[in-house]
Design a protein around this ligand. Sequence first.
Ligand SMILES: *[C@@H]1O[C@H](CO)[C@@H](O)[C@H](O)[C@H]1NC(C)=O
Ligand SMILES: *[C@@H]1O[C@H](CO)[C@@H](O)[C@H](O)[C@H]1NC(C)=O
Ligand SMILES: *[C@@H]1O[C@H](CO)[C@@H](O)[C@H](O)[C@H]1NC(C)=O
Ligand SMILES: *[C@@H]1O[C@H](CO)[C@@H](O)[C@H](O)[C@H]1NC(C)=O
Ligand SMILES: *[C@@H]1O[C@H](CO)[C@@H](O)[C@H](O)[C@H]1NC(C)=O
Length: 743
Amino acid sequence: MGAAVAGVLGFLLLAAAGGSAGDEAREAAAVRALLARLLGPGRAAAFSVSVERALAAESGLDTYRLSGGGAGARVRVVGSTGVAAAAGLHRYLRDFCGCHVAWSGSQLRLPEPLPAVPEELTEATPNRYRYYQNVCTHSYSFVWWDWARWEKELDWMALNGINLALAWSGQEAIWQQVYLALGLTQSEIDEYFTGPAFLAWGRMGNLHTWGGPLPPSWHLKQLYLQHRILDRMRSFGMTPVLPAFAGHVPKAITRVFPQVNVTQLGSWGHFNCSYSCSFLLAPEDPLFPIIGSLFLRELTKEFGTDHIYGADTFNEMQPPSSEPSYLASATASVYQAMVTVDPDAVWLLQGWLFQHQPQFWGPAQVSAVLGAVPRGRLLVLDLFAESQPVYIRTASFQGQPFIWCMLHNFGGNHGLFGALEAVNRGPAAARLFPNSTMVGTGMAPEGIGQNEVVYALMAELGWRKDPVADLEAWVTGFAARRYGVSHRNTEAAWRLLLRSVYNCSGEACSGHNRSPLVRRPSLKMTTTVWYNRSDVFEAWRLLLTTTPSLTTSPTFRYDLLDVTRQAAQELVSLYYGEARTAYLNKELVPLLRAAGILVYELLPSLDKVLASDSRFLLGSWLEQARTAAVSEAEAHFYEQNSRYQLTLWGPEGNILDYANKQLAGLVADYYTPRWRLFMEMLVESLVRGVPFQQHQFDQNAFQLEQTFVLSTQRYPSQPHGDTVDLAKKLFLRYYPRLVAGSL
Ligand SMILES: *[C@@H]1O[C@H](CO)[C@@H](O)[C@H](O)[C@H]1NC(C)=O
Ligand SMILES: *[C@@H]1O[C@H](CO)[C@@H](O)[C@H](O)[C@H]1NC(C)=O
Ligand SMILES: *[C@@H]1O[C@H](CO)[C@@H](O)[C@H](O)[C@H]1NC(C)=O
Ligand SMILES: *[C@@H]1O[C@H](CO)[C@@H](O)[C@H](O)[C@H]1NC(C)=O
Ligand SMILES: *[C@@H]1O[C@H](CO)[C@@H](O)[C@H](O)[C@H]1NC(C)=O
């Protein structure tokens, strides 16, 4: 390890060292409480949990020690921090008890008595940090959460050994105070903030105004949540990352300070300047340090601090100049405002910008940013490292510390997807990179609640020095734990998924679900996938043949539904392909047949099977939004925010279907009417001998999409029907056709 690297690591270690006996006791108590929530107080009593900083004395890296168990003996879990103890506990539950904890449900059947740890087991992570979240996760997944849901997530984070995470709730309430103090009016502020479902992009300066304004009750609720979230994170010994000023300001600043030097940035995401083209304060403007320090002072007065702050000035935004001196000054001013308030400040930067606009961010531009902050004070998230790592082409971020992050998911899409081989090898390779300044691993999905196997692997890698040696064996164990029994068929199904959907590589491979099912139809959609569809259909068959023995397992039911959903998605592609071929060959009867099956059989069947599980209901999704409101008017407003996010994204379909989901209700009332219209127009085109007009279709489709968004129809938030029966029905209808090779 070079001297520079050691210096960087040294600084970061110092920043988080310390801790008294009081802290140890508090963290141990937090983990005991987690254990009681997870297993119930009775089972929790069979464990003894303590926190001893000294356990990590040598390496300074989080460490846990397991011992005890067996007849009559308590299982002893010692961690160097609360998070380390929780990770140790999870390790015990996973590897000794065969348990599983996941978003979709947990499998916690504990053997009786608790298995003994035959030899005391001590494990230290090679990673100073295990990071979690993406700025976008707050909008795609967390936006409507209450404390009960947050509490579950924080438990999941601790069990997965996460010790660094964004804590960005409630920041608009602080910004509001700051802007009022600066002389903006309430209505100017209201016009500036985006709606709740679009706050992530307001925070990064991509958007303003769209989907707003934020009601006063929103600020109160988010402040309350932020306090509870911070308390809990700190009680586990996690480091929360607070937001800082990145330079974006409301337009009204120019009314209050007519001399201020601001630059209007370009538009973002097909939004016009009513919603994007935000104003960036010039780095040399005297107002820059004033606003930056005012915000951070107010924020830390309210919430305290752990000295790491997130800010993104040019995320997906073209800077006004590519001059290195300008970029250095823009960067330095953000950092300066931080250290003015907190001399120990470390800046956490999402490195997404470098790989998103590589044509702009040449070596000189990247160097300007990385060099503008003292070494060790800029902590870079290599956000999409499993696919496009930036550390390689920047000589390990030129000596700034970085975290190897898996991004994996865009927009919280459903759709089975993963690059498990790349994820598995990535962190170890980055650590071995010459003069590597890697200080951690991370998960930075835009949305959660999908493809849990990918997150299980990544969380495990946070505590491993080397990749998992045999992914096939690993996924076999994963399946057994997930369902609580080892079964030949389910394990075979998972191996098929591993070699197909989860072994993504190449062009068609993407964390976006680009299935025609969830896109506005056209004659030009691609149906190519990176895997052999037969593997998915075969996995589907294998899971179904495992019923009824596993049907009481919530995680099995989830996977059965998810794979059925995936099979339906594949079938839509196949029938779409048939319909298109028939149309292009001007064959009416085959067109009618494929169109009829797709619109009147396949999509309705998919909607029905989704409707049988509470985890796949539009009704539950929208209910979350409504429940966050304090009045009917607010409930309506939040619901519309949520519907926009799922579909049009902006007023005119600006980022159409980006955050697509496959939920009961959404399939029936959004995707299906669009497909019906498309097929009708194709048929009409053939019958009347007139060309199909994509432009005309797009206009008509937009009417349907907008009707869905503006609709106030309520959807059930309770499941209806039996998943296994409905999945079987779908299977029996289509699988024989697939095997016979004729749809
Ligand atoms: C931006 O688009 C909206 C509709 O989406 C429109 O109402 C508004 O006038 C447009 N603003 C500008 C500046 O073009
Ligand atoms: C405004 O800021 C820009 C960018 O920093 C700078 O190039 C320009 O000279 C400034 N203009 C004035 C009038 O200070
Ligand atoms: C690693 O750092 C050392 C010391 O700064 C330097 O001499 C060496 O060239 C670096 N190696 C690479 C591959 O960058
Ligand atoms: C994934 O695909 C690669 C080729 O792209 C192959 O070498 C590897 O064995 C596959 N892994 C699994 C688990 O199937
Ligand atoms: C896909 O898998 C099926 C079943 O294993 C096999 O028959 C077929 O040849 C495979 N197709 C390709 C393109 O590899």
